[in-house]
Design a protein around this ligand. Structure first.
Ligand SMILES: [Zn+2]
Length: 423
């Protein structure tokens, strides 16, 4: 590996050794102590490297500024920002990550000898382009957490280099390192935007090399509570109303082909994610997703209509419906005035010789929230494959490309003859 790859891998292994799964069952932010521990370590590293305005909020949102370095008389240049997240996802795997480097020579990679867990090219053909590359892999018991610790390592290495390089020319560079992205973007919502005063921003929270994302889902959650009528079976006839069957009637009205398992691309869905019922009540949890805003609103209306129909059919039960928006499609926030963030991302990839792979992401990012707050924040690759899985792996060459893209964006913005666009 070259010195940059060695530096990135060292950072990644240091950060991934701190267990920082988010925990959806908690109501405070951050939802786990490891996220605060990691944020504290990063704050120390930023202070030591000379970053300014290093601030760790009560919710473990870490913000910092790398002050502009411009030759005397140089016109001010726009401020840029990078947002990455502290948490790794909880998909019922070990919270402890034991990442390691392996050379991929085309043969099967043993992740865990004791448990007989493998990463095999015939089951994972996405490995094949990386023949001869060095990869970061898991020990088979956890995710790798390149989502998003590769993003953290890429931006940390970039800003430490900038601070160390008296010849670098750049405007203000801001970092926002936030907790609890994986559980509904809870952390970024607590970001004080005054501490992230940027003209352009990006997240590093996508997968393989080249991925460029400014289309995400619109997302909402709904909770339906059915309060039925319970009775002993000896006197139930004409009395008992089973809330589980009423909930079933509601679900039966949804299109069985508009579910995550039957849709792809920009097609949306309604996903029944949880059912909790007994003789008295039944609660349904739904995720509503769609790239198109009008279709997204239509899905919410269809759920309300299904509930209304069940109310009419079962007048003796009480049914409540609560719907809340979680995040919006970045693409809906694009205007002629702010689309420079997307153009810069594509231009920077081009100047590094990378082929952009624009992707309609079936998910959301912290940028989905930031874009709604007036900071258009497209997303680009970390370089890893198979997020949220024991088969997650990160080729070092892709990791390096993601890091170089950060530096290239900073350089491009500083060398373009533009004024700060303001917000
Ligand atoms: Zn992520």
């Amino acid at each position: 590996m070259n010195p940059t790859q060695t530096a990135l891998a060292t950072r990644f292994l240091r950060y991934s050794a701190i267990s920082s799964q988010s925990d959806a069952s908690q109501t405070t932010v951050p939802t786990s102590p490891g996220q605060r521990e990691l944020a504290g370590l990063l704050a120390d590293e930023l202070r030591t490297a000379g970053a300014q305005d290093v601030h760790l909020s009560p919710t473990a949102v870490l913000t910092a500024r790398i002050p502009a370095r411009l030759p005397d008389g140089h016109a001010p240049v726009p401020a840029v920002g990078f947002c990455v997240h502290l948490d790794t996802v909880d998909v019922d795997l070990s919270p402890e990550v034991h990442a390691r480097l392996v050379d991929f020579d085309g043969s099967n990679i043993c992740l865990n000898e004791e448990l007989d867990l493998w990463l095999r090219p015939d089951e994972h053909p996405e490995l094949l382009p990386y023949l001869g590359d060095r990869l970061l892999v898991t020990d088979g018991t956890s995710v790798l957490g390149a989502d998003d610790k590769a993003g953290i390592a890429s931006v940390m290495e970039a800003v430490v280099r900038l601070l160390d390089d008296p010849t670098a020319v750049h405007g203000d560079v801001h970092l926002a390192i936030v907790p609890d992205e994986e559980i509904g973007l809870r952390g970024v919502r607590t970001l004080d935007l005054q501490r992230f005063p940027v003209d352009h921003a990006w997240t590093l929270d996508s997968c393989e090399i080249g991925e460029a994302v400014w289309q995400t889902f619109n997302a909402a959650e709904a909770t339906i509570r059915v309060q039925g009528v319970s009775a002993h079976p000896m006197s139930a006839k004409g009395v008992l109303v089973n809330p589980i069957l009423v909930a079933h009637d509601i679900v039966a009205q949804f299109d069985r082909l508009e579910t995550p398992e039957h849709t792809a691309g920009t097609d949306g869905y309604v996903w029944v994610t949880d059912v909790d019922g007994n003789q008295s009540s039944c609660t349904l949890q739904l995720n509503i997703r769609d790239h198109g805003l009008e279709r997204f609103e239509q899905r919410k209306r269809a759920i309300a209509e299904a509930v209304e129909k069940a109310r009419t059919e079962h007048p003796r039960v009480t049914i409540t419906l609560e719907t809340s928006d979680v995040y919006g499609n970045i693409n809906d926030a694009v205007t002629d005035a702010n689309r420079a963030g997307i153009d810069l991302m594509l231009q920077a990839m081009d100047s590094l010789g990378l082929t952009p792979k624009p992707l309609a992401m079936r998910g959301g990012t912290d940028g989905s929230w930031l874009s709604r707050q007036g900071i258009l924040t497209p997303n680009f690759f970390t370089g890893a494959h198979n997020f949220h899985s024991i088969h997650e792996f990160l080729p070092m060459a892709s990791f390096e490309a993601s890091h170089r893209l950060v530096l290239e964006l900073i350089r491009l913005v500083a060398t373009q003859e533009s004024q700060p666009v303001g917000r």
